[in-house]
Design a protein around this ligand. Structure first.
Ligand code: 5GP
Ligand code: SF4
Ligand code: MG
Length: 457
């Protein structure tokens, strides 16, 4: 998911709309904005894309100097309006809205306890647990209530919380999901999942929130604190750099495009191929393919064209739509591929079904050899921290060797970057600051391996 918030500007909801536009790649199922005029919060949430949901009259109905927004794709809870965010409630303490990026790993357990205690949940989303814990807290101030609630949840959360007179931003102690602070010239504070949203509204990037940091902005004044226990280590999501974030964004201290290009260069060193040209699977493979080409000296060309009128196939929740997605989304350029030995670079193989269709498409266009190169290691484990990977059984690399996968996707050769090489590319060779559990199986909240380890492969 993607989150955006702003406080201290009369155009708050219009700017949030623009910010969500820039974050659309992080979620395409639903979107919402909640604004505050200082005494009343107003919400608008709908299924669909940002551009289709909001127009001038809708935004005019969201007045005030502060707003938060959310674009969603489902990792916890189904794809339905009741799960759209920001969540917005009225409780004994007043009005409150929450926008959440990430996934809580103990939400089911907490929900069970809360329900046993009489709580009535309005959605299936893990985020609602935070709201219930907050509303039930006996602490004196809003911030104390929020901290008490967050101390009970485990997992990934970058959060924006809006009340009548405050905007609070929090990043979980392991720093799993990104969150960046910016500032407009006129003085408003802005928060966003990615810097590309700040760039769009011409806000200056101030800095990323620290893992475990909480910012409170009230009456134009910003306070910072670190209310949580220090974690054993950081766990910034390496897959943000591999696939999820937009290449023009900088996150976890590095520009995504440059990191992806380095992944491609490393891949070329580790998995060279004898070929006439390098092509990318657009858009996610482009930066790595350019890196591969520069490192190997094999010319880069455009062998696949992407339709810009279909979304990210990965984000389509239904297998049936994904199936059609490939041809709808990509087509081969025969004149480029005919008679050529081609290196094809993509970011990841998940089920293998897309890759198989792409390889077949490239061969049908006349390529004589296809050498598939992947800028992440084999995806063997599901993510519990906010990226929608399927179950272990569906992950082709969990049940097949690289040779078997090559055969399945009908590639003449297949090579993945190593985990060590990926660590190098993100500037953390020992992977002390990054989570890479979907590749390594080393979940940083330990107990998660247990149920998955039992899966029959
Ligand atoms: P596959 O060959 O595994 O079907 O698809 C590979 C391509 O689609 C990659 O570009 C990958 O980013 C994307 N993809 C397809 N389905 C999923 C999914 O369920 N999760 C993730 N993370 N990526 C997917
Ligand atoms: Fe990111 Fe993978 Fe870790 Fe999930 S398991 S947070 S996708 S690195
Ligand atoms: Mg892709």
């Amino acid at each position: 998911c993607g989150i955006f918030g702003i406080v201290g500007n009369a155009e708050a909801s219009n700017l949030t709309y623009l910010g969500l536009h820039a974050l659309q790649h992080r979620g395409q199922e639903s979107a919402g904005i909640v604004s505050s005029d200082g005494s009343v919060l107003r919400a608008h949430r709908q299924m669909g894309l940002v551009a289709d949901i909001f127009d001038a009259p809708v935004l005019a109905g969201l007045p005030g100097q502060a707003a938060i927004g959310h674009v969603r794709y489902s990792t916890a809870g189904g794809s339905a309006l009741k799960n759209a965010q920001p969540i917005f409630v009225q409780y004994a303490g007043g009005q409150c809205a929450i926008a959440h990026n990430g996934n809580l790993v103990n939400a089911a357990e907490l929900k069970e306890q809360l329900e046993a205690d009489g709580a009535i949940f309005q959605s299936d989303a893990d985020t609602e647990v935070i709201m219930h814990l907050l509303a039930r807290s006996k602490q004196a101030t809003f911030e104390q209530k929020l901290v008490e609630a967050l101390r009970r949840v485990k997992g990934a959360y970058s959060l924006l919380v809006l009340t009548e007179n405050k905007l609070v931003a929090v990043r979980d102690p392991m720093g799993i999901r990104p969150l960046v602070l910016g500032r407009l010239k006129e003085g408003a504070y802005v928060l966003a999942s990615e810097t590309t949203a700040l760039d769009l509204i011409e806000a200056e990037v101030v800095r990323e929130l620290e893992p475990g940091e909480m910012l409170v902005i009230e009456n134009g004044v910003m306070r910072t604190s670190r209310p949580f226990e220090e974690p054993k280590r950081l766990a910034q999501c390496i897959f943000e750099h591999v696939y999820f974030a937009r290449p023009d964004s900088s996150l976890f201290g590095k520009n995504v495009y440059e990191v992806r290009k380095r992944m491609g260069m490393q891949l070329a060193r580790e998995q060279p191929a004898d070929a006439d040209l390098v092509i990318a699977v657009p858009d996610s493979g482009v930066a790595a393919a350019i890196g591969f080409s520069q490192q190997s000296g094999i010319p880069y060309d455009v062998g696949l064209i992407r339709s810009h009128y279909v979304g990210r196939t990965f984000i389509e929740p239904q297998q049936s739509i994904r199936h059609f997605g490939v041809k709808l989304k990509l087509s081969a350029v025969r004149q480029v591929l005919k008679g050529k030995r081609v290196v094809v670079v993509d970011d990841s193989i998940v089920r293998g079904t897309t890759s198989r269709k792409i390889v077949k498409m490239i061969k049908a266009a006349g390529a004589v050899e296809v050498h598939l190169r992947i800028s992440s290691p084999p995806t063997k484990w599901p993510c519990y921290y906010g990226i929608d990977t399927p179950s272990r059984q569906e992950l082709i690399a969990a049940t097949h060797t690289t040779d078997e996968i090559a055969k399945y996707v009908t590639a003449d050769s297949l090579g993945y970057i190593s985990l060590e090489g990926l660590g190098e590319a993100v500037g953390d060779p020992k992977r002390e600051k990054f989570c890479s559990a979907c590749f390594s199986g080393q979940y940083l909240m330990g107990e998660l391996t247990a149920p998955e380890a039992d899966v029959k492969l």
